[in-house]
Write a protein that binds this ligand. Structure first.
Ligand SMILES: Cc1cc2nc3c(=O)[nH]c(=O)nc-3n(C[C@H](O)[C@H](O)[C@H](O)COP(=O)(O)OP(=O)(O)OC[C@H]3O[C@@H](n4cnc5c(N)ncnc54)[C@H](O)[C@@H]3O)c2cc1C
Length: 309
């Protein structure tokens, strides 16, 4: 079966859903095609408290509202799709699904988001969102007056550890190496902070708890000593991976594998735009993804209008 759209939006997170709302409302025949469930990373968070206009909402609820809003304007959504083949060329933008459906479009918005690098130790998946977080801006407030652990030794780990002292009563930084890989300023701020304690050459080997996280197993790499360390929360900042696998065929990516975009969110391939956590940018939030989705959709509409002249 062959299907033809004005725009295919790849990814159903806040960036993709917003693009779907703007495109469909502008009468562009739009398909949101996602390899995961609708909502993207939003559905990993039980409470979003920093989305303007909504005092507090679960990520799942917010995703559902965005989905219904996009569909109300005629946007089609295929979630949990298995995409077998993809072409992102100036004159050929197409996708083939595992049931053989071939989807073509005049423009594509890549809104494939990203994922935090994980430690990959037992209990991490179980306590994700129940004591384990990868986002201080999102979840710091939930740990007011609690004792927490920050994992990592780069700039983001140290900066976020310092910023988390606004909420937490104590922050223990756990870093696997014998030195931090951060700027001197970030190191001095963290090391000299009265609420911060530091464990170098130490790793977490397991997470434990019941409903939520209660403790971690720590291992000192030099001595081999192990310890059960009680904690209310663990923030992990050991890097971020954009979902751009396969895009290096045709798109300019930077050294972090993020898509390089212009300010109007166009890419180096005519008719291909990108939005959200997969692009080269500083701040990754629902609000920034929503803003990117808007810009990419408006630029795509302008591109399609010019093509039709
Ligand atoms: C635990 C957690 C809590 C958070 N809490 C908050 C918060 O409180 N407030 C806040 O503002 N932000 C929060 N964030 C950050 C926020 O969720 C992200 O910045 C935002 O979801 C990014 O939106 P996006 O649309 O760019 O990408 P994503 O949300 O990552 O969505 C990407 C979509 O693309 C799909 N996809 C990926 N690759 C492909 C592919 N190759 N083909 C097709 N589809 C693909 C995925 O399945 C997904 O549907 C949190 C993040 C996490 C992980």
């Amino acid at each position: 079966m062959n299907k033809k759209y004005d725009v295919v939006v790849l990814g159903a997170g806040p960036a993709g859903l917003t693009a779907g709302i703007y495109l469909s409302r502008a009468r562009q025949k739009t398909l949101i095609l996602s390899d995961g469930p609708v909502g993207g990373q939003m559905i990993l968070t039980h409470e979003i408290a920093n989305y303007p206009g909504v005092e507090s909402i679960s990520g799942y609820q917010l995703a559902n509202i965005m989905k219904k809003q996009a569909q109300s304007f005629g946007c089609e959504i295929i979630a949990n799709a298995s995409i077998q083949k993809m072409e992102l060329m100036p004159l050929n933008k197409s996708f083939v699904l595992d049931d053989g459906t071939r989807i073509e479009s005049d423009a594509v918005i890549l809104a494939t988001g990203g994922r935090s690098r994980t430690l990959g130790v037992p209990g991490e998946a179980q306590f994700k969102g129940r004591g384990i977080s990868y986002c201080a801006t999102c979840d710091g407030d939930f740990f007011t007056d609690k004792e927490i652990v920050v994992v990592g030794g780069g700039n983001s780990a140290l900066d976020e550890a310092v910023s988390l002292t606004k909420y937490a009563s104590k922050v223990t930084i756990v870093h696997m190496l014998d030195a931090f890989q951060a700027s001197q300023h970030a190191i001095e701020e963290a090391v000299n902070h009265p609420k911060i304690d530091i464990r170098m050459e130490t790793v977490i080997t397991a997470f434990h708890g019941e409903e939520s996280l209660q403790s971690v197993d720590l291992k000192q790499l030099k001595t081999g000593e192990t310890e059960v360390f009680k904690t209310d929360g663990v923030f992990i900042f050991i890097g971020y991976v954009p979902n751009t696998e396969g895009f290096d065929c045709c798109l300019d990516l930077n050294e972090r594998q993020e898509i390089v975009v212009r300010t109007d969110l166009s890419t180096n391939v005519p008719g291909v735009f990108s939005a959200g956590d997969n692009i080269d940018k500083l701040y990754r939030q629902v609000t920034t993804a929503v803003g990117d989705g808007t810009v990419a959709a408006l630029t795509a509409i302008r591109y399609l209008t010019e093509q039709k002249k």
